[in-house]
Design a protein around this ligand. Structure first.
Ligand code: PGA
Length: 238
């Protein structure tokens, strides 16, 4: 079930998401946080860091959604570098409390299996943060990805590469990515999806009202029992 929380603008979206995440994280003894990358969550992480300041988050363990194939964690374009800069450093979480995708793993398929095993071993994801792709992707589960998919290697679509182009300057664009699957996302105990801006209006409408199918992977979230969708007025009303 999707619980829609309507907020005024991007700033209120960040504050609302941070309040929600802060209360989840600080009321548990152990917390496995699935972190999203992309533009939308950046301000939410910043607002969360303000709330966390001075508190030890030794009980929090982070995963991320996806990574470009071939990209090392030290490549500034990698999602691992993003998580380090926007999540681990500001929240004071040690890299030993994070399992991030290894984009340059020699065997990408084995890395997918290892990633699933690491999530299982840690006890599953308590809260998975997501952004919404213009084409309905969640993580890098592009249209056509089945609901029962687990972590896998995917070929990136032109739409996704265009959406992420600003993060990919300075090197050859990747062609493939490693991503947790839709079933991996759906296994999270709670999901928080952040949707902001006029360019997301049509995708948000499909997420909430379109048919549930792999043609628009985010629509599968309507099968999950606990989804908090935080959306601003620009995304809701266009
Ligand atoms: P965005 O990305 O937050 O940068 O809009 C969302 C996504 O493509 O998953």
């Amino acid at each position: 079930m999707i619980n829609l929380v309507q907020v005024h603008d991007a700033n209120q979206l960040a504050e609302t998401a941070a309040d929600h995440l802060f209360s989840l994280i600080t009321t548990r003894n152990r917390f496995n946080l699935g972190c999203a990358t992309g533009t939308t969550p950046v301000s939410a992480y910043k607002a969360l860091a303000k709330r966390v300041r001075g508190r030890a988050l030794d009980h929090v363990f982070c995963f991320n959604l996806d990574e470009y194939v071939g990209m090392s964690k030290t490549d500034p374009r990698s999602f691992a570098a993003y998580i380090q800069a926007h999540v681990l450093d500001p929240l004071g979480i040690s890299p030993t409390h994070a399992r991030l995708w290894q984009g340059d793993a020699p065997d990408p398929v084995a890395e997918c299996q290892a990633y699933e095993a690491a999530i299982r071993k840690q006890g599953g994801i308590d809260c998975q943060i997501l952004g919404l792709g213009l084409n309905g992707h969640i993580a890098f589960n592009e249209p056509g990805t089945p609901e029962d998919s687990r972590s896998h290697v995917i070929q990136l679509t032109t739409s996704t590469l265009e959406q992420n182009a600003m993060y990919l300057a300075g090197g050859a664009p990747p062609t493939h990515a490693l991503t947790i699957g839709i079933a991996t996302i759906m296994a999270a105990r709670e999901i928080v999806i952040l949707v902001s801006g006029i360019k997301k209006t049509s995708a948000l409408d499909r997420l909430c009202n379109g048919s549930i199918s792999s043609a628009f992977p985010a629509s599968f979230l309507r099968h999950h029992p606990r989804v908090t969708l935080i959306a601003d007025q620009a995304a809701i009303n266009g």
